[in-house]
Design a protein. Structure first.
Length: 120
């Protein structure tokens, strides 16, 4: 609560308002890294299930490539946001979010199709 104090006349250190405005960008970058690790894990599982069958392995290879690309792009985006916010400019538009969401849907559908079409 904004008007509350800790009882000793000073606000707690976790409630300071002079934090750098890039903490949100850092949390977002870490979330994208976790997403890339998840995509990479599912893709590795798809490659394992493909067992050398190249047409079946294509979604897994594409997913691993997308995970690597996501790791690189998320780091670049984080640095771009930090530089823009540090210069007092607004952050860039969220176009990467739409692209990754579409890729995640394609990977999930590929994984489901592979699981349904292979004998487990």
């Amino acid at each position: 609560m904004p008007g509350r104090s800790s009882g000793c006349g000073t606000s707690p250190p976790w409630r300071t308002t002079d934090r750098p405005p890039v903490f949100g960008a850092e949390r977002t970058a870490m979330a994208w890294q976790r997403t890339a690790l998840g995509v990479g894990g599912v893709s590795a599982l798809l490659l394992h299930l493909a067992a050398g069958n190249l047409p079946v392995a294509v979604p897994g290879l594409a997913g691993l490539s997308a995970a690597l690309l996501l790791l690189v792009l998320s780091e670049q985006r984080y640095m771009r946001i930090v530089n823009k916010v540090g210069a007092g400019e607004p952050p860039p538009a969220p176009g990467l979010v739409r692209l990754i969401a579409a890729g995640a849907v394609v990977l999930a559908v590929s994984a489901l199709a592979l699981l349904l079409l292979t004998d487990a």
